[in-house]
Design a protein around this ligand. Structure first.
Ligand SMILES: [Zn+2]
Length: 350
């Protein structure tokens, strides 16, 4: 989460009780951190830094203030209220729940709910509901008799706005998505790499799959499962973009500049882009990734999003381990994960 330091500082100066739970401030000279509303004397601005939550302040070596007790029960109860707001949004997708009503039902003011919800989950309540609706729509589509029916089932009143958004977020029109990628042209090529065989598939927008396997047939089957109805055309050799992807898989260049077209849900894309920020040679736990996303309770959803990553190595889901350091699963096999991590560790030392 990005904290606006100037806004946070003015909330501290105002002892704004409504910002309690949305961040804490830490004082370098005393090594203590506080809620925005702490009654203590205000420190010098130059000694103050801000953290989205008590956990991060503690991780940075600050102790909780004894006057305002940041990080304890109050934050937990805010967590519970936010979780309840999220559950209400999920159970009432069929209508647009007004912010004021939602806030009243969980016992917060509308402005506090709006800010704290966004700080915790990265989206406003309204945007979160919209993302959920879109996901439900995508789930309903293959079963629905028509796109319009799926729209209604997903809680949309009118279809035009959704069409625009759905096309943008899933990289194809809803009708094409419904038909498993029908009408979408994918080019792919298969090459050898140090981890076995590798398939790189591209749409017109960018790399949409990087798969690892033992044989070409195995890889082509996996591609067909991912895009059952797409028009899949095998190229005899790698083009420039596919060669760049191969170099990234081999660890000789960064995947940062590679054009990707990964589709996915809003949440999956947030997880995948967070994975791309884990430096080579380092690992994170599912929980740490969830915390980075501002959603510490989503470790299992993060693990699922890692398992659904279709861009091996390019989106480095192999850099995520279980909290106890165990390797955990890997879509392309635990032994490949082990080899990748060992190679990256060596590389980062060199
Ligand atoms: Zn305090």
């Amino acid at each position: 989460m990005i904290l606006d330091a100037e806004k946070a500082w003015s909330a501290v100066l105002e002892r704004d009780v409504e910002r309690d739970g949305s961040f804490v401030y830490a004082v370098r000279s005393t090594k203590i951190y506080c809620r925005p509303s702490c009654p203590a004397r205000r420190p010098l601005r130059e000694n103050v830094s801000f953290f989205p939550a008590a956990q991060q302040a503690e991780a940075a070596g600050f102790r909780p203030c004894r006057r305002c007790h940041p990080g304890a029960e109050k934050e937990r109860s805010l967590d519970a209220k936010l979780a309840r707001a999220r559950a209400l949004l999920e159970s009432e997708l069929d209508r647009t729940l007004p912010l004021g009503e939602l806030a009243a039902r969980v016992g917060l003011s509308a402005s506090h709910l709006q800010r704290a919800f966004k700080a915790r989950y990265g989206l406003s309540p309204r945007a979160h509901a919209a993302a959920l609706r879109l996901e439900r729509f995508k789930r309903e589509l293959p079963r629905a008799r028509s796109v319009t029916e799926a729209l209604y089932d997903a809680g949309y009143g009118s279809s035009r706005a959704l069409y625009a958004r759905a096309a943008e977020s899933i990289g194809m029109t809803p009708s094409a998505y419904r038909r498993g990628g029908e009408g979408v042209a994918l080019r792919y090529a298969i090459a050898r790499c140090s981890l076995g065989k590798l398939l790189i598939a591209q749409s017109t927008r960018g790399v949409c799959a990087v798969l690892l396997g033992r044989t070409a047939a195995e890889l082509e089957e996996e591609l067909a499962r991912e895009f059952p109805r797409a028009d899949r055309v095998r190229e005899p050799e790698l083009d420039a973009r596919a060669r760049a992807a191969l170099r990234a898989v081999e660890g000789s260049t960064s995947a940062r500049r590679l054009a990707l077209d990964l589709g996915g849900t809003e949440f999956q894309r947030r997880v995948w882009s967070e994975l791309c920020r884990i430096p080579k040679g380092e690992t994170r736990s599912y929980r740490e990734v969830a915390e980075q996303l501002g959603s510490p309770t989503s470790a299992r959803a993060v693990a699922r999003a890692c398992a659904q990553n279709r861009a091996a190595v390019v989106v480095p889901c192999h850099r995520v381990l279980r909290a106890d350091g165990a390797l955990s699963g890997y879509r392309w096999g635990a032994s490949r994960k082990r080899r990748l991590l060992a190679r990256e560790k060596r590389g980062s030392k060199a």
